[in-house]
Design a protein around this ligand. Sequence first.
Ligand code: ADP
Length: 482
Amino acid sequence: LVERLSDRSLLKLQAYINGRFVGTADIAVVNPASGQEIAAVPDFGAAEAVAAVDAAAAAFAAWAAKTCKERSSILRRWFDLVVAAREDLAVILTSEQGKPLAEARGEIDYAAAYIEFYAEEAKRVAGELLPSHREDARILVQRRPIGVVAAITPWNFPAAMVTRKIAPALAAGCTVVVKPAPETPLTALALAELADRAGFPAGIMNVITGDAKAIGSVLTAHPAVRLLGFTGSTAVGKLLMSQAATTVKKVALELGGNTPFIVFDDGDIDAAVDGTIVSKFRNMGQTCVCSNRIYVQEGIHEAYLKKLSARVAALRVGDGLEANIDQGPLINAKALTKVQLHLKDALSKGASIVVGGERHALGGTFFQPTLVRGATSDMLLANEETFGPIAAVFRFKTEEEVIQAANNTTAGLAAYFYAKNVSRIFRVLEALDYGMVGINTGLISTELAPFGGVKESGNSREGSHHGIAEFIELKYACLGIS
Ligand code: ADP
């Protein structure tokens, strides 16, 4: 890996605590495309997590007291450095995560966009003077940073999930401790190196690697941490939420989805096929907004399947670092097992394979991009996120039936649908119980919009001016005057 980097000092094998890179390289980071160890990072636990939180707590008051412009300028410098290091960051990201390099570059741009946006937004956190209940008093409302923020992030977006959480926190005046996923710590550490160069004072941003449980226990129990941001599985999110209850921390959760993708008879089939490919096969199907259940109305079902099957069959599988690859490997053996289980279950309940369906000849965790038809609601793939490259197509008759099916889940993150009739568009949009809806598009993520879910998919929003509000508390003062 290091030979491919133009700036080799971006490959960090140490954690970043209180402005210093510390620790020894103990736990391996593996390239999922080759199965080879590419680097190692510290195996830290509770003691180092306490040190990181203490450093963030010690740095908080001075950071919060800086002018918005000072904080904004440092964030802006960080953004510029991330953009300048785009290619190296993309190579590091693909090497530990597996997604094709083109997608990794796109993720770096997306991750950087959060830093840029919140560098600007830092200047717009304004207090209020509200109408008073008394002639001899004034109501002042300040917007104050909440305090130390802990962020636990997943492996599917090693850069974007870090910046999306911490850029608004830093902009608001909070200090942060990040625990990246064990599969993908190198991207987070490279971002920390760039933050260090950008001039963040010591302790403002800390990145700790190691034992998730031990570190998670500290981040949820330490009284100085006032908000825990988490993106990951619903099960771990629930666990962390309950742990955080003991110290009444705010929790901002982005959990799993079970995304419906609906194509109505009046939808544009070609656009729907394009949207299916982007929304289903991005990151090999490993995003929480990837289509999981594709519902196609009976009038266009066969035509849609025919077009989609040609596109799925044309997807090029391989090592993401090579040129012209559309699909890399799955993140690990557990992910591969889940894909195989869902497929086997679907086939045993009457689904059939149109394209793919097998492990890829490349071996390892590579799996063929797969299209199945005849999916039904009793299958595992209808009830859990497959998080892999299986496009499962369900056939439906009526609008009422498909809305009922789409909402029949405890998840509520993203939904997509294709239709042209304006009345239908509003009816379906209003009926879908989801935090985000893509209408005639399969790509909705942007730093400019509030990303987040309802029901068991989460309780917060990231991106846009709403994203920074998570990190702010209102402080009300009643000022008596004579
Ligand atoms: P996945 O199963 O897709 O890896 P997880 O929810 O397990 O998703 O992982 C998301 C993040 O949560 C990772 O950073 C992981 O290390 C972390 N994590 C997992 N279990 C715990 C835990 N008990 N306490 C704190 N963090 C955890």
